[in-house]
Design a protein around this ligand. Structure first.
Ligand SMILES: Nc1ccn([C@@H]2O[C@H](COP(=O)(O)OP(=O)(O)OP(=O)(O)O)[C@@H](O)[C@H]2O)c(=O)n1
Ligand SMILES: C[C@](O)(CO)[C@H](O)COP(=O)(O)O
Length: 232
């Protein structure tokens, strides 16, 4: 008889979806249609389908509580446990999600609601690296040569490309040190755009796990067509 594999560690996902989408020219990127499903619906489904995830918390705007609840019901996302209001910054939104997690949670997986193409096996791989190293983030090597500019728009430096990665989500952390780093940064008035920086600031190492070039963040309108082309 088939038995569902029990997750080895209690891992909760926090999907942050409370941003202002200021680069989307008025399109609500959490609800926008990506190949027949709302963006946030695809993100929730990936965590629903990942057997390592125990529960999901969505952090979003108050006016999206009902739509998110309805999308989860439509798609059978029964791991959704809480929908909570976000903050002014991404870090504050993540903190609102963390505040809902049970004490029993061992690993916290933070994911941008705006990355709808994340695959369940990517989540599993990042979690495995987080278990080994304490903290891990999906990332991909950059493909372009990256330049650093000076104040006048000229090239100041060309960093060695072999050391450069584009950081994605999921970013997964052992719960205790991560909660401490989050509280520490908030206490010092620091506000970071991604969660790895919290641990970097606390002097802890974060492993760069294998990400996926298709795990794009919907940031500007053309990203919708790009995401749909990957689904084709
Ligand atoms: N106060 C905030 C800011 C961001 N996010 C979330 O963090 C993810 C990544 O942020 P980004 O793409 O920068 O989203 P927006 O803030 O919505 O976009 P923009 O920067 O273009 O305004 C998104 O899923 C976004 O909803 C959030 O939950 N709360
Ligand atoms: C967390 C993140 O997706 C990592 O790439 C990113 O930092 C989120 O927001 P940004 O404001 O677009 O950098």
């Amino acid at each position: 008889m088939f038995r569902a594999r029990r997750a080895k560690y209690e891992t909760w996902a926090i999907l942050v979806a409370a941003g202002s989408a200021s680069r989307m020219q008025g399109i609500d990127k959490q609800l926008c249609d990506i190949g027949g499903l709302p963006c946030i619906g695809r993100s929730m489904l990936a965590f629903q389908q990942c057997r390592d995830i125990t529960g999901i918390v969505v952090v979003t705007r108050q006016d999206l509580f009902s739509p998110v609840q309805a999308i989860a019901a439509d798609l059978g996302v029964d791991k959704l446990r809480h929908i909570v209001a976000g903050g002014k910054s991404r870090q504050q939104s993540v903190a609102a999600g963390v505040a809902c997690l049970p004490e029993s949670c061992q690993y916290i997986a933070v994911h941008d609601g705006a990355r709808p193409l994340v695959r369940p096996d990517c989540i599993t791989e990042v979690l495995a690296d987080a278990v080994t190293h304490g903290a891990a983030a999906a990332a991909v090597p950059v493909k372009d040569t990256i330049k650093v500019s000076d104040d006048s728009g000229f090239i100041a430096a060309t960093p060695d490309r072999s050391t450069l990665y584009s950081c994605q989500t999921p970013q997964i952390f052992a719960a205790g040190p991560y909660r401490q780093a989050l509280a520490g940064a908030a206490g010092q008035g620091l506000d970071f755009t991604d969660d790895c920086q919290l641990l970097e600031h606390a002097g802890q190492k974060v492993y760069l796990s294998r990400g996926d070039y298709q795990n794009i963040k919907i940031t500007t309108p053309e990203d919708i067509a790009l995401a749909e082309s990957f689904l084709d």
